[in-house]
Ligand binder design. Structure first.
Ligand SMILES: NC(=O)c1ccc[n+]([C@@H]2O[C@H](COP(=O)([O-])OP(=O)(O)OC[C@H]3O[C@@H](n4cnc5c(N)ncnc54)[C@H](O)[C@@H]3O)[C@@H](O)[C@H]2O)c1
Length: 385
């Protein structure tokens, strides 16, 4: 089995999710490549304790990501740092010729994203992808299969969304994810948006214009030091996009909801596709279930398919069991390594989000900011080519 030696920059929540996925790589049945965590970098030292306890093989601990990027024993990096650092660190990773798994939104704003894509263009040997794991849920993969087969017929309407409710509590202290200077102008769109755009983008569904409504609901939060701090990031966003189906040339409405204040939802990622020949709905609220309606004339009947743990990359867990968030992360990493080694995804919908997907999401969110500010419908700049 091929070993890819990884450096991790940013040892917070997502950094540890990656380390945990690497530690249970044996769960995958026939992976032909595996990640080995050999170096870690974090701003504060506190995070290192957990890594030292669980990963005795890590040879380099540093507070300076440039030291990690200079390490010849590192083949690839996973960069999971706050958004204002994406541009600097991703560009440096490309310049150091390290393969890159970057986190969304892949740059705090459009200018940062453009700089990252330019850096990647200057280093074509660097394989780069953007982390987004939800598409690896079996129900979402089934929808990908239906799209591949053209099973929906003419697409009539698509709804995707990501709903959280942790921020419903106004007493929740502020952190970098609620500070505009660290999280960015996009607010909840930057946090959640690529997750709900990458499957439609992979389907060739390209938003042509957008009308956006953005809400800043909680305007200040406890600063953790006894005072209050302004919270100027958008909490909720609803986007209505006129969208082109590249496969058929038809247009349809696509709504994209990214909400941090969605009462009743802890972490709900969903997609609904309505078409003339079939319709399907999947939500992580009920992660085993895919609602499916296939129409060939006659009665219209919704069925509930149990998708279980049918994964793209086979695991020791059988298909009848439940699939969850850490499983999606493991599948995403298996997809990254597969594509890094083979330079093609195993299946069209089983690849990680590409830099081009991230760039299109930036064009959409930039147009959404304009739309909200002006109360207008704004064109979304089309992808190059
Ligand atoms: N894919 C997902 O489901 C998902 C979920 C949450 C966050 N994210 C994304 O992951 C990224 C990180 O989010 P997180 O939740 O892990 O944040 P976090 O705050 O838990 O971790 C960020 C880490 O980066 C470190 N850091 C800050 N500046 C640094 C620097 N200059 N050099 C090295 N380390 C530095 C911090 O000390 C911290 O440990 C963000 O882009 C976020 O949008 C993705």
């Amino acid at each position: 089995m091929k070993t890819i030696r990884f450096g991790l920059i940013g040892c917070g929540l997502m950094g540890r999710e990656f380390a945990s996925a690497a530690a249970r790589w044996c769960h995958l049945l026939d992976a032909d490549a595996r990640p080995e965590l050999v170096a870690v970098c974090n701003r504060g030292a506190g995070a290192f304790e957990w890594f030292r306890r669980h990963f005795p093989g890590i040879a380099q601990y540093t507070h300076d990501y440039r030291d990690l990027l200079a390490n010849p024993a590192v083949d690839a990096v996973y960069v999971a740092v706050p958004h204002h650092l994406h541009c600097e660190v991703y560009c440096a990773a490309a310049a150091a010729e390290k393969h890159l798994m970057g986190e969304k939104p892949f740059g705090i704003d459009r200018a940062a994203n453009t700089a990252i894509l330019d850096a990647l263009e200057r280093h074509p040997n660097v394989f780069a992808r953007c982390a987004s794991q939800w598409v690896f849920f079996p129900g979402a993969q089934r929808i990908g299969d239906l799209i591949e087969r053209g099973a929906f017929g003419q697409v009539l309407e698509v709804n995707t969304g990501f709903l959280h409710s942790g921020d419903l509590d106004p007493n929740r202290p502020i952190n970098w994810k609620r500070r505009i200077e660290h999280n960015g102008e996009y607010g909840c769109m930057g946090d959640l948006g690529l997750h709900v755009c990458c499957l439609p983008f992979r389907a060739g569904w390209i938003p042509r214009n957008v009308r956006a409504l953005l809400s800043d609901i909680v305007r200040e939060r406890p600063d953790g030091r006894g005072g209050m701090a302004p919270c100027r990031t958008w909490d909720n966003a609803t986007l209505l996009c006129e969208t082109l189906d590249s496969a058929t040339g038809s247009l349809f409405p696509w709504t994209v909801k990214t909400q941090r204040i969605a009462p009743g939802h802890k972490n709900t990622w969903y997609i609904e596709v309505y078409g003339t020949k079939a319709s399907a709905r999947f939500s992580t609220l009920d992660p085993k279930r895919l609602d499916l309606l296939e129409y060939a004339g006659g009665e219209q009947v919704w069925g509930a398919v149990q998708t279980g743990h049918e994964t793209v990359f086979p695991t020791i867990t059988g298909p009848n069991f439940e699939f969850g968030s850490p499983d999606a992360i493991l599948q995403m990493w298996a997809a990254f390594l597969h594509e890094l080694v083979h330079r093609a995804p195993l299946r069209p919908f089983a690849g990680c989000a590409t830099p081009a997907d991230a760039a299109l999401s930036h064009r959409l969110f930039t147009a959404a900011l304009r739309s909200h500010a002006r109360g207008s419908v704004e064109a979304v700049e089309p992808p190059a080519g």
